[in-house]
Write a protein that binds this ligand. Sequence first.
Ligand SMILES: [Zn+2]
Length: 128
Amino acid sequence: MTDQISQDDLPIGRGIQGRCPRCGEGRLFRGFLSVRPACEHCGLDYSFADAGDGPAVFAILIGGFIVVFAALITEIMYQPPYWMHAVLWLPLVLIVTLVPLRPIKGLLIALQYHHKAAEGRHAGRSET
Ligand SMILES: [Zn+2]
């Protein structure tokens, strides 16, 4: 018996697919990014789920790197007119930030469930 976390126990795939982190059957989201109140399959209460700004931060950092790198390479190699940059990179910005947003949010909620992460709380005053 070991206390180490097995890779098989990590609900990464369930989170990326937007499924319940406990059973993997129920859906996590209602709409694009709204989290359901509870799992429709196993009844897990999703009130613990609060990914905060985490999904947006990861999407912005990863997407920003991709777009800026591609724009710099294109500018250095081809020097296209500015309107061409707008035509190329504005749609790409939307794609590389909006598409991974939901899987990232599902992943963060699944990891939050797995690691029992929550806001800090006062333990209460100890009587001595
Ligand atoms: Zn469930």
